[in-house]
Design a protein around this ligand. Structure first.
Ligand SMILES: [Zn+2]
Length: 184
């Protein structure tokens, strides 16, 4: 029986520890979500800044092309194009960074779901084991009751009752020591 309670206590402890670790992981994941939102805000600001730069550069390029065609003013086409390429590359890497952050977030979410599933399974398993243990205790109780009955039966079989004075004597007694009657 002490094994049973030891096991139950151990399971309870494991379950508690696992629940605490899940709670702390969920708290961590909430913190990550808050950080994600801050990062998303920063990314959005960066995107707007880059798009503004891109628009200004396109305007500058358009004006330069126009002035060259109309007034014959030459301009450094390569320098403007390099600036535009740099802005476009920054926009692409921003998109890639966002995609990577999204994938990482999905991974964390999947991991958290796995932990929750594992705890649920553990609870279910512990419940089943407790039910089994309760059944076992019931079986042990039945066995003890059976054993007591059998001992009582054996005790009864091992005695005789004097038909004259009614005293209970060990089986095989030839003469009643109380009233002196011959038995059997
Ligand atoms: Zn007797």
């Amino acid at each position: 029986m002490s094994d049973f309670f030891d096991k139950l206590a151990k399971q309870g402890k494991e379950l508690w520890e696992s629940a605490v670790s899940t709670a702390s992981e969920l708290a961590e994941s909430a913190k990550d979500t808050a950080n994600d939102l801050i990062d998303q805000g920063k990314d959005k600001a960066e995107e707007l800044k880059l798009k503004g730069q891109q628009k200004d550069l396109f305007t500058k390029l358009g004006e330069a092309v126009f002035n060259e065609a109309v007034n014959g003013e030459e301009f450094d086409k390569d320098a403007l194009l390099d600036e535009l390429k740099a802005v476009a590359a920054s926009l692409v890497s921003l998109d890639e960074k966002r995609a990577a952050a999204l994938a990482a977030k999905e991974e964390v979410k999947a991991a958290a779901e796995e932990v929750v599933d594992a705890v649920e399974d553990a609870v279910e398993e512990a419940k089943e084991e407790v039910e089994e243990a309760v059944d076992t205790v019931g079986e042990i109780k039945d066995s003890i009751e059976e054993a007591i009955e059998s001992v009582e039966d054996k005790a009864e079989e091992a005695t005789i009752t004097c038909p004259v004075c009614g005293v209970v004597l060990p089986a095989g007694t030839k003469v009643c020591p109380v009233c002196g009657v011959e038995l059997e």
